[in-house]
Design a protein around this ligand. Sequence first.
Ligand code: IPE
Ligand code: IPE
Ligand code: MG
Length: 247
Amino acid sequence: MSIKENINPDKLPNHIAIIMDGNGRWAKGKGKFRIFGHQNGVAAVKEATEACAEIGVKYLTLYAFSTENWSRPPIEVRALMQLLVSTIKKETKVLMKNNIKLEAIGNISDLPKKCQEELASAILETKDNTRMTLILALSYSAKWDIINATKMIANEVKEGKIKIDQIDDKTIDEHLSTRKFPHPELMIRTSGEHRISNFLLWELAYSELYFIDKFWPDFNKEDIFEAILNFQQRERRFGKTSEQIKN
Ligand code: IPE
Ligand code: IPE
Ligand code: MG
Protein backbone atom coordinates (compact mmCIF):
# COMPACT_ATOMS: atom_id res chain seq x y z
CA MET A 1 0.00 0.00 0.00
CA SER A 2 1.38 3.44 -0.91
CA ILE A 3 1.70 6.22 1.65
CA LYS A 4 -1.13 8.08 -0.06
CA GLU A 5 -3.54 5.15 0.24
CA ASN A 6 -2.92 5.03 3.99
CA ILE A 7 -4.15 8.59 4.47
CA ASN A 8 -7.58 8.90 6.05
CA PRO A 9 -9.56 11.30 3.81
CA ASP A 10 -11.84 12.20 6.73
CA LYS A 11 -8.97 13.47 8.87
CA LEU A 12 -7.11 15.70 6.44
CA PRO A 13 -5.62 18.97 7.61
CA ASN A 14 -7.68 21.73 6.04
CA HIS A 15 -4.68 24.04 5.85
CA ILE A 16 -0.98 23.18 5.55
CA ALA A 17 1.76 25.81 5.90
CA ILE A 18 5.31 25.22 4.72
CA ILE A 19 8.63 26.92 5.42
CA MET A 20 10.47 26.07 2.21
CA ASP A 21 14.04 26.04 3.45
CA GLY A 22 17.44 24.78 2.26
CA ASN A 23 17.71 25.98 -1.34
CA GLY A 24 21.10 27.58 -0.73
CA ARG A 25 22.63 24.55 0.99
CA TRP A 26 21.21 22.25 -1.68
CA ALA A 27 22.97 24.28 -4.39
CA LYS A 28 26.19 24.60 -2.42
CA GLY A 29 26.29 20.82 -2.02
CA LYS A 30 26.30 20.59 -5.80
CA GLY A 31 29.02 23.21 -6.16
CA LYS A 32 26.55 25.76 -7.59
CA PHE A 33 25.42 29.29 -6.72
CA ARG A 34 22.56 29.72 -4.23
CA ILE A 35 20.22 30.95 -6.96
CA PHE A 36 20.50 27.56 -8.66
CA GLY A 37 18.86 26.17 -5.53
CA HIS A 38 16.04 28.69 -5.71
CA GLN A 39 15.45 27.84 -9.37
CA ASN A 40 15.24 24.16 -8.51
CA GLY A 41 12.93 24.92 -5.62
CA VAL A 42 10.17 25.78 -8.09
CA ALA A 43 9.67 22.10 -8.94
CA ALA A 44 9.12 21.37 -5.25
CA VAL A 45 6.54 24.17 -5.07
CA LYS A 46 4.68 22.43 -7.88
CA GLU A 47 4.96 19.03 -6.17
CA ALA A 48 3.63 20.38 -2.89
CA THR A 49 0.78 22.26 -4.56
CA GLU A 50 -0.29 19.31 -6.70
CA ALA A 51 -0.06 16.85 -3.81
CA CYS A 52 -2.24 19.04 -1.58
CA ALA A 53 -4.82 19.65 -4.31
CA GLU A 54 -4.85 15.97 -5.25
CA ILE A 55 -5.54 14.75 -1.74
CA GLY A 56 -8.11 17.43 -0.90
CA VAL A 57 -6.30 19.93 1.31
CA LYS A 58 -8.14 23.26 0.92
CA TYR A 59 -5.41 25.79 1.82
CA LEU A 60 -1.66 25.71 1.32
CA THR A 61 0.52 28.59 2.56
CA LEU A 62 4.10 28.75 1.32
CA TYR A 63 6.69 30.96 3.01
CA ALA A 64 8.53 32.25 -0.04
CA PHE A 65 10.23 35.43 1.20
CA SER A 66 10.42 36.82 4.71
CA THR A 67 10.77 40.41 5.90
CA GLU A 68 14.23 39.38 7.14
CA ASN A 69 15.19 38.01 3.70
CA TRP A 70 15.51 41.62 2.45
CA SER A 71 18.86 41.69 4.24
CA ARG A 72 20.33 39.04 1.95
CA PRO A 73 22.89 40.10 -0.69
CA PRO A 74 21.12 42.35 -3.24
CA ILE A 75 22.05 40.03 -6.10
CA GLU A 76 20.20 37.14 -4.44
CA VAL A 77 17.18 39.30 -3.61
CA ARG A 78 17.01 40.49 -7.22
CA ALA A 79 17.26 36.96 -8.56
CA LEU A 80 14.51 35.78 -6.20
CA MET A 81 12.20 38.58 -7.33
CA GLN A 82 12.88 37.77 -10.99
CA LEU A 83 12.20 34.11 -10.32
CA LEU A 84 8.94 35.07 -8.67
CA VAL A 85 7.84 37.05 -11.72
CA SER A 86 8.77 34.36 -14.24
CA THR A 87 7.22 31.57 -12.15
CA ILE A 88 3.90 33.33 -11.65
CA LYS A 89 3.80 34.20 -15.33
CA LYS A 90 4.43 30.60 -16.35
CA GLU A 91 2.32 28.85 -13.74
CA THR A 92 -0.91 30.86 -13.80
CA LYS A 93 -2.31 28.67 -16.57
CA VAL A 94 -1.49 25.56 -14.52
CA LEU A 95 -3.36 27.08 -11.58
CA MET A 96 -6.31 27.74 -13.90
CA LYS A 97 -6.22 24.20 -15.24
CA ASN A 98 -6.13 22.79 -11.72
CA ASN A 99 -8.81 25.15 -10.42
CA ILE A 100 -6.47 26.66 -7.80
CA LYS A 101 -6.90 30.16 -6.45
CA LEU A 102 -3.82 32.27 -5.73
CA GLU A 103 -3.57 34.64 -2.77
CA ALA A 104 -0.71 36.52 -1.12
CA ILE A 105 0.06 37.71 2.40
CA GLY A 106 2.80 40.10 3.47
CA ASN A 107 3.94 43.62 2.77
CA ILE A 108 3.27 43.30 -0.96
CA SER A 109 3.84 47.02 -1.56
CA ASP A 110 7.53 46.41 -0.73
CA LEU A 111 7.96 44.12 -3.74
CA PRO A 112 9.29 45.48 -7.04
CA LYS A 113 6.53 46.92 -9.20
CA LYS A 114 6.80 44.15 -11.80
CA CYS A 115 6.26 41.51 -9.08
CA GLN A 116 3.27 43.36 -7.73
CA GLU A 117 1.71 43.56 -11.18
CA GLU A 118 2.31 39.91 -12.04
CA LEU A 119 0.98 38.84 -8.66
CA ALA A 120 -2.12 41.05 -8.87
CA SER A 121 -2.94 39.79 -12.33
CA ALA A 122 -2.60 36.10 -11.30
CA ILE A 123 -4.71 36.70 -8.19
CA LEU A 124 -7.40 38.34 -10.30
CA GLU A 125 -7.35 35.64 -12.96
CA THR A 126 -7.64 32.78 -10.45
CA LYS A 127 -10.08 34.45 -8.07
CA ASP A 128 -13.07 32.22 -8.89
CA ASN A 129 -11.17 28.93 -8.63
CA THR A 130 -12.51 26.65 -5.92
CA ARG A 131 -10.50 23.46 -5.53
CA MET A 132 -7.74 24.87 -3.31
CA THR A 133 -6.27 28.20 -2.25
CA LEU A 134 -2.52 28.65 -2.60
CA ILE A 135 -1.25 31.48 -0.39
CA LEU A 136 2.22 32.91 -0.99
CA ALA A 137 3.84 34.64 1.98
CA LEU A 138 5.95 37.39 0.42
CA SER A 139 7.84 40.05 2.31
CA TYR A 140 5.94 38.50 5.17
CA SER A 141 6.69 38.19 8.85
CA ALA A 142 4.29 37.41 11.64
CA LYS A 143 5.55 40.31 13.75
CA TRP A 144 4.90 42.71 10.86
CA ASP A 145 1.35 41.34 10.62
CA ILE A 146 0.71 41.52 14.36
CA ILE A 147 2.03 45.10 14.55
CA ASN A 148 -0.31 46.11 11.71
CA ALA A 149 -3.25 44.40 13.36
CA THR A 150 -2.47 46.14 16.65
CA LYS A 151 -2.40 49.54 14.93
CA MET A 152 -5.75 48.88 13.22
CA ILE A 153 -7.37 47.77 16.47
CA ALA A 154 -5.94 50.74 18.37
CA ASN A 155 -7.41 53.05 15.74
CA GLU A 156 -10.81 51.42 16.01
CA VAL A 157 -10.70 51.84 19.79
CA LYS A 158 -9.75 55.49 19.34
CA GLU A 159 -12.64 56.03 16.93
CA GLY A 160 -15.03 54.35 19.37
CA LYS A 161 -15.80 51.45 16.99
CA ILE A 162 -14.83 48.84 19.59
CA LYS A 163 -14.24 48.84 23.34
CA ILE A 164 -10.97 47.61 24.85
CA ASP A 165 -12.85 44.94 26.82
CA GLN A 166 -14.27 43.54 23.59
CA ILE A 167 -10.86 42.68 22.18
CA ASP A 168 -10.53 38.92 22.03
CA ASP A 169 -9.07 36.10 19.90
CA LYS A 170 -11.51 36.84 17.13
CA THR A 171 -10.60 40.54 17.02
CA ILE A 172 -6.95 39.67 16.44
CA ASP A 173 -7.86 37.02 13.83
CA GLU A 174 -9.98 39.50 11.92
CA HIS A 175 -7.19 42.08 11.67
CA LEU A 176 -4.39 39.83 10.48
CA SER A 177 -3.56 39.47 6.78
CA THR A 178 -4.55 35.81 7.16
CA ARG A 179 -8.10 36.75 8.14
CA LYS A 180 -9.69 34.99 5.15
CA PHE A 181 -8.05 31.64 5.89
CA PRO A 182 -8.45 29.08 8.68
CA HIS A 183 -5.40 28.51 10.90
CA PRO A 184 -3.06 25.78 9.65
CA GLU A 185 -3.38 22.45 11.45
CA LEU A 186 0.00 21.34 10.12
CA MET A 187 3.25 23.27 9.60
CA ILE A 188 6.13 21.67 7.75
CA ARG A 189 9.72 22.95 7.60
CA THR A 190 12.39 21.40 5.42
CA SER A 191 16.20 21.51 5.70
CA GLY A 192 16.58 20.28 9.27
CA GLU A 193 16.14 23.69 10.93
CA HIS A 194 13.85 23.56 13.94
CA ARG A 195 12.53 27.09 14.17
CA ILE A 196 9.58 29.24 13.12
CA SER A 197 11.55 32.19 11.66
CA ASN A 198 8.78 34.73 12.18
CA PHE A 199 6.16 32.70 10.29
CA LEU A 200 2.47 32.78 11.35
CA LEU A 201 3.25 33.15 15.08
CA TRP A 202 -0.39 33.69 16.02
CA GLU A 203 -1.91 31.21 13.60
CA LEU A 204 0.45 28.36 14.52
CA ALA A 205 -0.52 28.51 18.21
CA TYR A 206 -1.95 24.97 18.11
CA SER A 207 -0.58 23.62 14.84
CA GLU A 208 1.26 20.34 14.67
CA LEU A 209 4.86 20.93 13.63
CA TYR A 210 6.67 18.56 11.29
CA PHE A 211 10.36 18.88 10.47
CA ILE A 212 12.15 17.07 7.70
CA ASP A 213 15.89 17.04 7.00
CA LYS A 214 15.58 17.17 3.20
CA PHE A 215 16.43 20.44 1.47
CA TRP A 216 13.49 22.11 -0.26
CA PRO A 217 14.45 21.31 -3.92
CA ASP A 218 14.34 17.57 -3.05
CA PHE A 219 10.87 17.81 -1.47
CA ASN A 220 8.19 15.84 -3.32
CA LYS A 221 4.61 14.59 -3.16
CA GLU A 222 5.52 11.55 -1.07
CA ASP A 223 6.98 13.90 1.57
CA ILE A 224 3.68 15.77 1.83
CA PHE A 225 1.76 12.51 2.09
CA GLU A 226 4.15 11.27 4.77
CA ALA A 227 3.72 14.51 6.73
CA ILE A 228 -0.08 14.17 6.53
CA LEU A 229 0.09 10.55 7.66
CA ASN A 230 2.29 11.53 10.58
CA PHE A 231 -0.18 14.34 11.44
CA GLN A 232 -3.04 11.85 11.48
CA GLN A 233 -1.25 9.70 14.03
CA ARG A 234 -0.99 12.54 16.54
CA GLU A 235 -3.42 13.28 19.33
CA ARG A 236 -4.39 16.95 19.34
CA ARG A 237 -5.40 17.71 22.90
CA PHE A 238 -5.82 21.51 23.01
CA GLY A 239 -5.06 21.58 26.72
CA LYS A 240 -7.36 18.70 27.60
CA THR A 241 -6.34 15.25 28.85
CA SER A 242 -5.98 12.27 26.57
CA GLU A 243 -8.98 10.61 28.27
CA GLN A 244 -11.18 13.61 27.54
CA ILE A 245 -10.22 13.46 23.88
CA LYS A 246 -10.93 9.74 23.58
CA ASN A 247 -14.37 9.91 25.24
C1 IPE B 1 14.82 29.01 1.36
O1 IPE B 1 16.11 28.54 1.16
C2 IPE B 1 14.42 30.05 0.34
C3 IPE B 1 14.30 31.41 0.87
C4 IPE B 1 14.47 31.77 2.11
C5 IPE B 1 13.98 32.44 -0.09
P1 IPE B 1 17.37 29.35 1.71
O2 IPE B 1 17.76 30.34 0.69
O3 IPE B 1 17.10 29.88 3.06
O4 IPE B 1 18.48 28.20 1.78
P2 IPE B 1 19.48 27.92 2.97
O5 IPE B 1 18.67 27.81 4.21
O6 IPE B 1 20.43 29.07 3.00
O7 IPE B 1 20.12 26.63 2.60
C1 IPE C 1 12.67 31.37 6.35
O1 IPE C 1 13.86 30.83 5.87
C2 IPE C 1 12.00 32.18 5.30
C3 IPE C 1 11.58 31.46 4.09
C4 IPE C 1 11.62 30.18 3.90
C5 IPE C 1 11.06 32.30 3.07
P1 IPE C 1 15.26 31.48 6.22
O2 IPE C 1 16.28 30.58 5.67
O3 IPE C 1 15.30 32.88 5.82
O4 IPE C 1 15.24 31.39 7.82
P2 IPE C 1 16.39 31.61 8.88
O5 IPE C 1 16.83 33.02 8.77
O6 IPE C 1 17.48 30.65 8.57
O7 IPE C 1 15.75 31.30 10.19
MG1 MG D 1 17.31 29.14 4.94
